[in-house]
Design a protein around this ligand. Sequence first.
Ligand code: SRM
Ligand code: SF4
Length: 562
Amino acid sequence: MSEIKLAANEYIKADSNLLRGTIEEGLQNDITGALYVDDTQLSKFHGFYQQDDRDLRAERQAQKLEPLHSFMLRARVPGGVCTPAQWLDIDKIASKLTMNQSIRLTTRQTFQYHGILKRNLKPLIQALDLSSLDSIAACGDVNRNVMCNPNPVESDLHQEAYEWSVKLSEQLLPRTNAYAEIWLDGEKVTENESEPMYGKTYLPRKFKIAVAVPPHNDVDVYTNCLGFIAIAKDGKLIGFNVTVGGGMGSTHGDKTTYPRLADELGFVKLEDTIEIAKAVITTQRDWGNRVDRKLARIKYTVQKHGIDKFRDEVAQRSGVTIAAPKTIEFTTRGDRFGWVKGSDDKWHLTLYIECGRIKDVPGKEVQTGFRELAKVHKGDFRMTSNQNMIVANVAAEDKAKIEGIARQYGILGQRLTPLRKHSIACVSLPTCALGMAEAERYFPEFTDKVDELLSKHNIGDEPIVMRMTGCPNGCARPFAAEIGLVGKGPGRYNLYLGAAFDGTRLSKMVLENANETEILADLDGRFERFSSDRIDAEHFGDFLIRNEEVKAVLNSARDFHD
Ligand code: SRM
Ligand code: SF4
């Protein structure tokens, strides 16, 4: 019988000597700014991607030059929490070791640098290490940065949930010594080195975990491979409702791919958290598709086997009793902007960062502002999964100083409409190799236009979740947005509508390959009907379903493309 041909990455991983490949040799090769081809897959496990500036591609090609290779590095920051001292280091690294010099907050509560030249990779990772930060497993076919509701307001419960996100992140890290060896000049230890949980080919594909604290679904828990929804009794965490099989990525025109919301696995007690996570991961390791990477995410594994069979397997592997899920309700998905007082009398200031980009522009010196904040702030910073930042744990007497700095640098004080507060966009051009249309660079102006339409119909105060991505990989989770725009080509997007405000139902395509004029005309009509025919405080997505303008996606495999 002929052997099944696996996806190319499977052979690269298997032959990599636990993620080493020839990265070290590639770093020393001065002839090119790139790494060796196979190593560009392995580098992801170390936290970075090889890229080139797409704005400059044609010009360099015309000059017969190789693309201007540089790297994007993503840090691992569980729950998005860092200290002011760490922020000062993060900022200094951006200025010294990246061409872009800016910092990009991501949709998974961490930050990225763009434009790192090959020679600066090692100094950069070493500088992060000095600040007790790392980028291991921030990308690649392993568990990545673990998200957690960053809100420190209901302190005890949120602190506990955060601590679990850190534990999950640590416990599920790869065990190879490759990262320490290559980047931190660690001792070469290969004897008895193994990957007890992942094995030498790791997972079939990327894996993502989020911890949510109801009623806030800011982490979009159902879009994650594995979700932990905090269940509390008398204000103390007692366990989690566990969800499995969520994911956003899809390919235009390929109906075998689709975004999917996770199914409920059931309730597990707190002490069983890590065992359940490991059993879900090893089930995906063994059952996931290693032939076609497009179909290799856990969402397809759960869809193929069904949640009941998947649950039985996880229960059997872990020895954990999985009970019926507890009743929970989500009511919010955005961040709580402005000052909020916590239960321990500390204050927290959530600041809006447009598309998560920390850089100085005229009238808005966001990067300088955060530097100045970090110099005086005594609490911590929390990156949110909506690409914003919380200046957390501020004593009452320090409030005025913090607020003064935020205002001085234009980070606070701008008028934010409810739409804008619920809006996110992915990076896309010029750095993302997969972007088909603009996202971050165009989204602010597009949001203004949608806001104008909402005002025209007297619904400007309506919170609507709107998200844009440059391609259907879904990095800003657009299919879980009430208005989702997904890049199809330059200036062209597919429009998706009808998702639930709380993130419990996906949206469906209503326009394909449309330009701005067509999209705005479509929304104009729908806003008009929403404004006049909505019932009570009905959300926009729910209205479109009830009004039978959009068919509800209840089962992605069946409904998303029909
Ligand atoms: Fe993503 C690939 C940026 C969150 C689904 N994503 C990429 C790459 C690395 C492009 C590439 O492979 O060459 C993008 C780098 C752009 C750049 O220049 O920075 C990229 N993804 C991002 C970030 C930075 C978007 C942002 O604006 O914040 C987010 C970083 C998160 C983090 O800190 O870890 C980011 N990506 C997501 C999310 C949202 C989430 O996880 O909550 C998703 C959808 C959820 C999911 O995973 O299904 C997402 N990214 C993808 C996919 C599609 C995977 C799939 O199932 O098909 C790709 C492409 C791939 O893996 O082949 C991708
Ligand atoms: Fe790039 Fe597509 Fe992700 Fe946007 S959604 S960052 S264009 S991969």
